[in-house]
Design a protein around this ligand. Structure first.
Ligand SMILES: Nc1ncnc2c1ncn2[C@@H]1O[C@H](COP(=O)(O)OP(=O)(O)OP(=O)(O)O)[C@@H](O)[C@H]1O
Length: 290
């Protein structure tokens, strides 16, 4: 048995003993040798080459070994975070149940097995903070649509959009239409974002300028809405523009939550009380292997 098989078998045994909800593979591990009834996912991630970096930047022997250790530490932490984030995303997407997740990591130089409990997951815990304002189901649905927009865009083009959820009356008072509101006069059943059949039209209208305004119950009141807010004191991540700043600002002025998808990079941000609560860099979904 080679070392890969030993690691894989150990991880599977651990997953079975801990009654894990999923196994997530990160790195280049050969997934063909995994046999288990526990769902197995592959979460891809581009890794910087450790050796290339060292050749390019090292000086003395001491500096080189310190740099090696720092890089190994960074790489390991990065991979663990990657498994944690992939677990949280699949949990948000209803793919994985709450519980223990086993991560199997193969980096250029080593193997690692990660045991992660979703109830300790920072992303999952942060999302729970939003539940003071909107239901878990609503948040999950909007995140699903946001992930879809982030991953696939529209007609091969990356698009950006924002969903302002909750406190509709106040949000509507502090905003105006940029274009004709496509939801005016629509039946309730066609405005409900909780109903999957309406997601296609949401993705279509996500191409419009402006934002969506959605009630706590999931009714889309408007698309193509311009937020009239004073965003001078709002700080958002560098590189983000008017839509993100104003989405953050409206959550300071009203009891709403903003979920944004950036046009460049498809990064998802959640804002509450004028501040960033969460950002998800890589919205790429893990792939189920069994
Ligand atoms: N206050 C606002 N309310 C609603 N929409 C806005 C507001 N300001 C800008 N937008 C819209 O957001 C779109 C993108 O603008 P901008 O690039 O400045 O924002 P951004 O935060 O970088 O968002 P994106 O990542 O989607 O590009 C513009 O088409 C504009 O119509």
């Amino acid at each position: 048995m080679d070392s890969t098989e030993v690691v894989v078998n150990t991880a599977i045994r651990l997953a079975e003993e801990l009654r894990s909800k999923a196994i997530i593979i990160a790195g280049e591990l050969n997934s063909n040798i995994i046999e288990t009834s526990i769902p197995v996912y592959f979460a891809s991630r581009k890794q910087k080459n450790l050796i290339d970096h060292l050749v390019a930047s090292s000086r003395t022997k001491e500096e080189r070994s310190k740099e090696t250790l720092d890089r190994i530490h960074q790489q390991a932490t990065g991979m663990i975070e990657h498994v944690e984030n992939a677990s949280a995303i699949e949990f948000i997407m209803d793919e994985v149940e709450e519980g223990t997740i086993i991560g199997m990591i193969e980096s250029k130089d080593s193997y690692a097995i990660v045991v992660h409990d979703l109830s300790d997951n920072q992303m999952v815990r942060t999302l729970k903070e939003c539940e003071e304002r909107i239901s878990a189901e609503m948040l999950r649905v909007i995140m699903k649509v946001a992930f879809d927009i982030s991953n696939t865009g529209r007609e091969g083009k990356q698009i950006g959009t924002a969903f302002i959820v909750g406190d509709v009356e106040e949000v509507m008072m502090r905003s105006h239409q940029m274009i004709l509101n496509p939801y005016t006069g629509q039946e309730d059943e066609d405005k409900n974002i909780l109903d999957k059949k309406n997601w296609e039209s949401v993705k279509e209208f996500a191409q419009l300028d402006g934002v969506f305004v959605i009630s706590e119950e999931g009714m889309i009141e408007a698309a193509g809405r311009y937020l009239d807010v004073d965003a001078r004191d709002i700080s958002v991540e560098k590189g983000l523009g008017g839509r993100h700043v104003s989405a953050a600002a409206i959550t300071r002025d009203t009891v709403s939550i903003a979920i944004t998808v950036s046009e460049s990079g498809g990064v998802i941000h959640i804002y509450m009380d004028g501040k960033e609560l969460l950002h998800i860099e890589s919205a790429q979904r893990a792939i189920r292997l069994n």
